[in-house]
Design a protein around this ligand. Structure first.
Ligand code: NAD
Length: 478
């Protein structure tokens, strides 16, 4: 162990003797050692979590909401420390890291609001022929321990998307953060401690995903697994959890259609699309990856899009001017470079970029890409976007739906029936008309179909998946 790791790491994890090196993705230099927690420590955390659950469920919803409100205040007061930590461990450019901290505060504010609102319903039993003489209603009860397994790309907000709803309903939660980005979770845990959360209601256990995940998934006292990450791991988890509740928030190859009816706005859209395609180097589950443009406006779109893309600054993530930086690891960098080469060999042209730059990749636009090319049909999770011209809206719709994923999609059109047609026919969980697919508000229902997921997040919707609904009938004529 070295550096100031104790500042971050929880007491439980500090007992660990094994460790692994945490690297700055931009420079690939070691930042500090992180505890490689043992299976026994995970089991101890579950034991602690059982006790903490008793305390959590005894709190009123008002008391839980107050803790969540306090934590929002603590994070806001320490915004720069949270942002610098995100940047340090993930190489997310600082301006985007600050945005993630702001969103985390929003996420937890929504959790505080929803904590006070989780209400059941009254059921008219006398609607059934033999149901008279009874009052009936439902209540929601917390389920126990939630096991949260999270990805590297939003190391704070995507943890908050599990912690907020779990605590709002009165559960306890154990977070197994991505190996590459554990520090933000530790900071969040400290903020909750300071806010007065009962001891061990939120615990962070770091180390190997498959090994520690298995302990969580197989333990009888863990009631639910909430996972955000890659579809490959999501499928493994689904097959391992048995009868436990599970939510899976997985990947996508988000598509956008730009219709000829928005001709006057094409320059604006091109400038926005740069942010959708390249923010955090495209390492965003809803990054704009496939753009289909009506042939009448495709040339003008490409000209503006190329110009705006070439203005992006590659640099050190802590620098205020930096737009793009190093990718999360060499494996990811090599895979994306291979996919670019494969697309070129299949006839695609590079409009801009296409080359390695230090530990990153230049923001890259490809055109005339085949639909079954990996860079189109797989999730790139990097700074690469394809722009293909289409003859009609129908052709765009068919190509957008020709995907094994189904998370977000976007359509720019001024033709109202066309907008409704896309809204109904797109095979995704969320459709954005006249916005990019790279959009999420933290309280909206958010979940994928096909290989993009199972279940929903968005505070209220995540809470509904972290409770048991109980039906109660009172026979008052007995
Ligand atoms: P990943 O699947 O490699 O890892 C995610 C987490 O799973 C990590 O904590 C890891 O340790 C753990 N893990 C790995 N193997 C495991 C196993 N066998 N059992 C249990 N846990 C295991 O994902 P990543 O590279 O960190 O993140 C990128 C992926 O996440 C992309 O596919 C992206 O689209 C997806 N993502 C989805 C959303 C969404 O909301 N839909 C949001 C962000 C990221």
């Amino acid at each position: 162990m070295n550096g100031d790791w104790k500042k971050y790491v929880s007491l439980l994890a500090q007992e660990t003797t094994e460790s692994y090196p945490l690297r700055n993705p931009h420079t690939r230099e070691k930042i500090m050692d992180i505890p490689e927690c043992t299976n026994e420590q995970m089991e101890n955390a579950i034991k602690n979590g059982v006790e903490a659950f008793q305390k959590m469920k005894a709190l009123t919803s008002h008391e839980r909401a107050v803790i969540l409100e306090r934590v929002c205040h603590i994070i806001s007061e320490n915004k720069e420390e949270f942002a610098q930590t995100i940047t340090l461990e993930s190489a997310k450019p600082i301006k985007y890291a600050r945005g993630e901290v702001d969103r985390t505060v929003q996420t937890l504010k929504f959790a505080a609001v929803e904590a006070r609102k989780l209400e059941g319903e009254s059921i008219r039993l006398d609607a059934a022929p033999n149901g008279s003489g009874r009052d009936a209603y439902t209540i929601y009860q917390p389920i126990g321990i939630v096991g949260a397994i999270t990805p590297f790309n939003f190391p704070l907000n995507l943890v908050a998307h599990k912690v907020g709803p779990a605590l709002a309903v009165g559960n306890s939660i154990i977070v197994k953060p991505a190996e590459k980005t554990p520090l933000s979770s530790f900071l969040l845990q400290k903020a909750f401690e300071e806010a007065g959360l009962p001891k061990n209601a939120l615990q962070v256990i770091t180390g190997d995903g498959p090994r520690l995940g298995k302990v969580l998934m197989e333990h009888k006292d863990v009631a639910k697994i909430s996972f955000t990450g890659s579809p490959t791991v999501g499928k493994q988890i689904k097959s391992q959890v048995g009868l436990k509740k599970v939510t899976l928030e997985l990947g996508n190859n988000s598509a956008l259609y730009i219709d000829k009816s928005v001709k006057e706005k094409v320059k604006d859209i091109a400038e926005k699309a740069v942010v959708g395609a390249f923010s955090y180097n495209g390492q965003v589950c809803i990054s704009t990856q496939r753009i289909y443009v009506h042939k009448d406006v495709s040339e003008v779109f490409l000209t503006h899009f190329k110009k705006a893309t070439e203005k992006l600054t590659y640099g050190v993530p802590t620098d205020e001017a930096t737009d793009v930086s190093g990718l999360i690891d060499a494996k990811s960098q090599n895979r994306i470079l291979d996919w670019i080469k494969e697309a070129q060999q299949e006839g695609a042209q590079i409009v801009t970029g296409g080359e390695k730059i230090e530990n990153g990749i230049q923001p890259t636009i490809l055109t005339n890409v085949k639909q079954d090319s990996s860079i189109s049909c797989q999730e790139v999770f990097g700074p690469v976007v394809i722009v293909n011209a289409v003859d009609s809206a129908e052709e765009a719709l068919a190509k957008m739906n020709n995907s094994e994923y189904g998370l977000n999609a976007g359509v720019y059109t001024y033709v109202l029936p066309q907008a409704f047609h896309f809204a109904h026919e797109l095979e995704v969980g969320q459709v954005f008309i006249n916005d990019l697919p790279t959009l999420r508000f933290d309280h909206m229902p958010y979940g994928g179909i096909k290989n993009s997921g199972y279940g929903y997040e968005g505070i209220k919707y995540a809470m509904q998946e972290m409770v048991n609904r109980k039906f109660i009938s009172m026979n008052y004529q007995f």
